[in-house]
Design a protein around this ligand. Structure first.
Ligand code: GUN
Length: 306
């Protein structure tokens, strides 16, 4: 049977480390890290995600500032709020939940966030830093995927990684992080031909396609590590609604490692957001510049040594 890699357990561990860092900041600088979360409109999934992020932030001692704006908010009003949050010294991280209602220019909104407070890592300055391997804030879901991989892979160099999905939020940054680990990376997307054949070449598969049970058992090489980023609500044959990933989990017996859905990447995304918020607060108070993904592998070495 494949090993099930529990993201919820790793996330709990990371949250404990972040909580210790928060206490340390309070002790050394008299500062409590603060996270502002902005939600426009009534999208039900976004409401659930935002509530989860805020609750976890509070639980580990991060101050959270919630800004819920009505559906008919104008882009200018949202930009005005971001300008205020950029200038607020109590706010170290700013997150604008996506998707925004379609009349907003998401790139304009994301570009307005101070890169030093961009805990989502979506600002072009942070995207650029990631692409040249420099220190910056790294998008939360990709960072969570990397931390999960760090739990089970010691030597990435030369491994073949296939990333399914080319989104700015997951696929592209995951590919850059795996390149930084010296994997041979192939990014696939909806127009890719022969996807099953390509996936069969992979030692590592990261799937963020938003397509329930897309990756079937016979696509996956025996022993491969499979990271399932998908969160899809489906109606099961018994008529009940349930959440499934982008991987046919019941067909993965021959894989080496698989992340579950729920309880895999999802909790890591939240934990990495809080870790990024702590890091943004530390940077604002003159603490070191080091890549979060390096911290992930250092953390792994420390655990191995302990
Ligand atoms: N919507 C889906 N994933 C994300 C994320 O990681 N950050 C934000 N801001 N919105 C999202």
């Amino acid at each position: 049977m494949a090993r099930v890699l529990r993201g919820d357990l790793l996330a709990a561990d990371l949250c404990r480390t972040v909580a210790e860092g928060v206490l340390q900041m309070q002790g050394e600088h008299g500062v409590t890290p603060g996270l502002a979360v902005v939600l426009v409109g009534q999208d039900p999934a976004s409401q659930v995600y935002v509530a989860r992020k805020m609750a976890k932030a509070t639980e580990i001692g991060i101050r959270s500032f919630e800004h819920r704006l009505p559906e008919d908010t104008q882009e200018g009003q949202l930009l005005e709020l971001i300008i205020q949050l950029n200038a607020d010294p109590a706010v170290h991280g700013i997150l604008v939940q996506l998707p925004l209602p379609s009349r907003f220019r998401a790139d304009k909104v994301l570009n307005a966030i101070d890169p030093a407070k961009d805990v989502d890592g979506f600002h072009p300055v942070n995207v650029g830093r990631l692409s040249v391997g420099a220190a910056g804030l790294i998008p939360c879901t990709p960072l969570g995927c990397l931390m999960l991989l760090d739990e089970v892979i010691q030597h990435f160099r030369g491994l073949k990684a296939v990333v399914i999905g080319k989104s700015n939020i997951v696929g592209k940054p995951v590919a850059l992080l795996l390149l930084e680990r010296e994997c041979t990376v192939e990014v696939t997307h909806i127009h890719t031909r022969n996807l099953p054949e390509i996936v069969r070449t992979a030692d590592i598969v990261v799937v963020a396609a938003g397509s329930p049970r897309l990756v079937r058992g016979d696509w996956v090489k025996p022993g491969a590590v499979v990271i399932d980023v998908g969160i899809n609500r489906i109606t099961a044959p018994d008529g009940r609604s349930r959440i499934v990933g982008d991987v046919a989990a019941d067909e993965m017996g021959h894989a080496g490692v698989v992340t579950p859905v729920p309880g895999g990447v999802g909790p890591m995304t939240v934990a990495c957001l809080l870790s990024n918020t702590l890091r943004a607060a530390q940077m604002a108070h003159g603490e070191g510049e080091c890549r979060q993904d390096e911290l992930s592998s250092r953390r792994r070495s420390k655990v191995a040594a302990d």
